[in-house]
Design a protein around this ligand. Structure first.
Ligand SMILES: [Zn+2]
Length: 278
């Protein structure tokens, strides 16, 4: 009879090692006597169909890993993985149909299952090492698991790249907001002109460009706000009759939203640490 605890360890170690082998961040891998989980990090930076391909492969790796060591456990404890694999295939089928691209669901699924099997075979020594660690500790963070097999967890480099971009956009909005907050109190026409024509576009335009090519909804909202501000300022500079009070109120609201923008980073962090369990 197969030791259930050992089967779970072999299953989860397969998910975890293949996750790392695919260059996907590993959040954690855990197990008890009756169940186990392997959580992978965000893959939203990957384009389709690559994102679905990697997800399908890492889902299939658990089963391949357990049957490599214990062929008699075939299909045991894999219902959730099979559901996930089918969900990924269905999603991709709909997506490819919308894009008008050719897609053979069964071929895609079989290729992913084959690749999972190959990766498990290729990294069987690492999986074995992780099985021992899992049986010993029960739970490991992604970094601990990667370290246990002498690998790097790709989590941090990918996140750093993503956030450098987002932080730059927020910093530019912050500067644009600060310029408006301090500048709009001025009575000097020249100072307002410099602010409107040079300073705000200097920070605001690059911020808008970054915001438009980023997925972050808050950044997009700020981009719309900045565009409206440009419009108001141009009207104001052209003396089109907008009252100073109205402009000041508007500018202050905009400045406040820019100064609060770092909150968006937290929203982004919550989104990016969303993970899936296999
Ligand atoms: Zn699984």
């Amino acid at each position: 009879m197969v030791n259930e605890k050992l089967r779970i360890a072999q299953h989860e170690a397969g998910h975890a090692v293949v996750t790392l082998a695919l260059g996907v961040p590993l959040v954690r891998v855990t197990m008890t006597n009756t169940k186990g989980f392997s959580d992978h990090g965000d893959m939203s930076n990957l384009p389709e169909p690559e994102r679905r391909r990697r997800k399908t492969i890492l889902c299939a790796a658990g089963r391949h890993s357990q049957i490599r060591w214990n062929p008699e456990t075939k299909g045991c404890g894999c219902d959730d993985d099979n559901k996930d694999i089918d969900a990924e295939c269905s999603f991709l089928e709909t997506y490819m149909e919308k894009e008008g691209k050719k897609f053979h669901r069964d071929t895609f699924k079989q290729e992913c299952l084959d690749e999972a099997e190959d990766l498990v075979a290729k990294h069987c020594v690492s999986i074995d090492l992780l099985v021992k660690k899992l049986l010993e500790y029960g739970a490991l963070t992604g970094d601990e698991a990667a370290k246990a097999i002498g690998w790097q967890n790709p989590q941090f480099s990918q996140m750093a790249k993503k956030y450098r971009f987002r932080f730059t956009a927020y910093a530019l909005f912050f500067l644009a907001g600060s310029v408006v907050a301090f500048g709009s109190n001025s009575d000097s026409y020249v100072q307002l002109y410099i602010e409107a024509v040079i300073l705000v576009p200097l920070f605001g335009i690059p911020a808008c460009v970054l915001a438009l090519i980023n997925r972050d909804p808050l950044l997009k909202l700020l981009a719309v706000g900045t565009a409206l501000l440009f419009g108001f300022q141009i009207l104001y500079v052209n003396d089109a009759g907008l009252s100073t009070e109205a402009l000041n109120l508007y500018a202050r609201l905009f400045a406040a939203s820019c100064l609060l923008a770092p909150l968006g980073v937290f929203v982004g962090l919550v989104f990016s640490t969303r993970k899936s369990r296999t």
